[in-house]
Write a protein that binds this ligand. Structure first.
Ligand code: FAD
Length: 392
């Protein structure tokens, strides 16, 4: 019989909460430390792909998130002006769940607390040594049987070296306008080559509300952000509406620059996701631009793999099993993200041409359609090796 473990997790985001909920349900003592003053999510909407949904179902929050999010059956993108189709991917018989980060966070937080996790706010983890964490004010926490870095893309603990990308995006959450002709079952995007992109994602409702919301985004070079902030908001709204007229009822709700958050992206992958008694999960282990919409799934899959391995093996062996289970899937998706991101966000004129004239026309044709569906769904290959999949 495996002894119950004493586990310290740095970061109470998607990965930290999912892992905490899993381990606490098995009887481990789990403490999750976060720098926030009170539990709160960061950001706007995201798509939980079918593989991520499997993990959420196994955690017992499937019904809750399905009730809050919007089911997405298609991802559609057209070139501005001529309307040429540049992205045309269907989920087939499955769907992605587009959801506001707050609703996903809310469901995971409730489950983690219900299972017995202790959430400790106002605790910034600065370093890890052996079996202990040290906070930024020098307090030592531990010793733990296992330490987990789930502190996201800005982790201070992870040796991950990442490359910042030239393009990021402005994001905001707005009400879904009743008069909008855009369907609420798909991600809609409009491109101007690869230098411009606008998008609308239906994301269901916020915790405690029933009003349908949309996440809107506008691709922007990081270097141009200061100039965007300095210019009148109406100037951007006019340009964005000329670019995509259907964008207007969404962005007319934005009344100040501050409502839009500039998200910066970077790419990087850890070779080994464990070191001594430490495991790295989620963005602390691998970060990418959100073009493929896989970041939250990857965090959920990491949590599932590590939690399942710890339920089957002593800690050292479980860490090896976790690293091995996720290696191929993480490597493949990180590589695809690196290759595909410049088709949608870069200064290249050639790549968007290839996207519009080669990738898009073939994407509805079998077998390409099937491959693209599986890429989007997150299971173009087995998400975890050597462990049960799908989760039981
Ligand atoms: C604009 C945008 C759109 C995206 N869209 C999608 C999408 O459609 N689909 C998808 O799957 N993914 C998407 N992602 C990616 C996804 O949000 C991330 O991959 C996912 O949140 C990673 O989860 P995580 O648990 O690793 O980190 P996070 O969820 O970022 O959580 C990290 C937590 O650690 C805490 N923390 C940080 N540093 C410390 C510290 N030193 N001490 C203590 N606590 C700390 C933070 O406060 C935070 O609570 C998107 C990302 C962005 C930015």
């Amino acid at each position: 019989m495996k002894a119950d473990l004493n586990i310290g997790i740095a970061g109470c985001g998607i990965g930290g909460l999912a892992l905490g909920a899993l381990l606490a349900a098995k009887g481990d003592r789990v403490q999750i430390f976060d720098q926030f003053k009170a539990p709160s999510p960061v950001g706007s909407g995201l798509v939980v792909q079918p593989v991520g949904l499997e993990v959420l179902r196994a955690l017992g929050v499937g019904e809750t998130v399905l009730a809050k999010g919007a089911k997405i059956t298609h991802m559609n993108g057209v070139e501005t002006g001529n309307g040429k189709v540049a992205l045309n991917v269907s989920y087939g018989a499955r769907f992605g769940l587009a959801i506001h980060r707050a609703s996903l966070f809310d469901a995971l937080l409730k489950k983690a607390v219900e299972n017995g996790c202790e959430i400790i706010p106002s605790t910034t983890i600065a370093t890890q040594e052996g079996r202990n964490f040290t906070t930024h004010i020098g307090t030592q926490l531990g010793p733990f049987d296992l330490l987990v870095d789930a502190s996201g893309a800005g982790s201070k603990l992870s040796p991950l070296q990442s490359t910042p990308l030239k393009y990021g995006a402005l994001w905001a959450t707005v009400d879904w306008p009743s008069a909008s002709p855009l369907p609420q079952y798909r991600l809609s995007q409009v491109y101007g080559g690869a230098t411009r992109m606008a998008g609308v994602l239906p994301i269901g409702s916020m915790p405690g509300e029933s009003t349908p919301k949309a996440a809107v985004f506008w691709s922007l070079r990081v270097a141009d952000y200061e100039a965007w902030l300095a210019a009148p908001l109406a100037q951007w709204q006019q340009a964005a509406t000329a670019f995509w007229p259907e964008f207007l009822p969404f962005i007319s709700q934005i009344t100040s620059h501050e409502i839009l958050t500039m998200a910066r992206y970077k790419h990087g992958t850890l070779r080994r996701k464990t070191h001594g008694r430490m495991a790295y999960i989620g963005d602390a282990a691998h970060c990418a631009s959100p073009q493929l919409g896989q970041g939250a799934n990857m965090a959920l899959l990491d949590a599932y793999a590590l939690g399942t391995a710890l339920g089957q093996h002593p800690v050292e062996n479980a860490l090896k099993a976790y690293d091995c289970a996720r290696r191929h899937h993480v490597f493949s998706y990180q590589m695809m993200s690196r290759l595909l991101t410049p088709l949608y966000q870069s200064d290249s004129a050639v790549l968007p041409w290839l996207r519009n004239h080669i990738l898009a026309p073939f994407s509805p044709v079998w077998p390409f359609s099937k491959v693209l569906t599986k890429v989007g769904a997150g299971d173009v290959m087995r998400p975890v090796r050597g462990l049960a999949w799908p989760p039981r």
